[in-house]
Write a protein that binds this ligand. Structure first.
Ligand SMILES: [Zn+2]
Length: 198
């Protein structure tokens, strides 16, 4: 799905990710990347109506690579990873090596979309909800979005669920002789499509 459709439109929802390790001598003190992945989180059976990376700083374990030798004077917690894959370009083989890994807290700043994206493609593959369960509206930072559609990926075929302006749900499936119809029962989906409210 990413390869044939989403990679052309997901850059519209790109946002920066800037994080800082709380250990001042960490070799990866500041990390700056960008992402266009937005995943929705279900907590105790309901979806949050905001994307947390856009509202709260995130704390995680740093994971910075401190090298092969034990950093005995390192001021923060660290752990040993004895399954670190290392690729040898000469033999073209990967073998496992030992690495020491920073375990200090890393804080990722609140982010913001680079562009006011007209729509958002959100991944819900983990929970496979029905479109009726998705948060509506959804806030991505200061922008408000509403559910417009959702897609079920069956591997070789896609089925679209559509939410109309009068809150009716339709299923679009070109393998079904009915084409576009009101589904009986619930259809689980993998991606949600949200449209900017203007
Ligand atoms: Zn660190």
């Amino acid at each position: 799905m990413d390869e044939i459709v989403f990679k052309f439109v997901k850059p519209l929802q790109t946002y920066p990710l800037k994080s800082k390790c709380t250990c001042s001598v960490c070799p990866k003190l500041i990390r700056e990347t960008t992402s266009h992945e937005i995943g929705l989180i279900k907590t105790t059976s309901i979806y949050l109506n905001f994307v947390s990376a856009f509202t709260t700083p995130n704390e995680s374990l740093c994971g910075g690579n401190l090298g092969r030798d034990e950093p005995l004077d390192y001021p923060a917690d660290y752990m040993i990873d004895d399954q670190h894959p290392s690729f040898d370009p000469e033999t073209k083989l990967t073998h496992l090596e030992t690495r020491y890994i920073c375990q200090a807290t890393r804080i990722t700043q609140i982010t913001k979309l680079f562009h006011r994206a007209p729509f958002i493609i959100a991944n819900v593959e983990n929970d496979k909800p029905c479109i009726q369960e998705l948060a509506d509206p959804l806030f991505v930072g200061e922008h408000e979005y509403s559910v417009s559609a959702a897609i079920k990926n069956t591997g070789d075929h896609f089925i679209a669920m559509i939410k109309s302006n009068n809150n009716q749900y339709y299923c679009f499936n070109d393998l079904d002789s009915r084409g576009c119809y009101s589904p009986n029962g619930f259809v689980t989906v993998d991606f949600a499509i949200y449209v900017l409210k203007v």
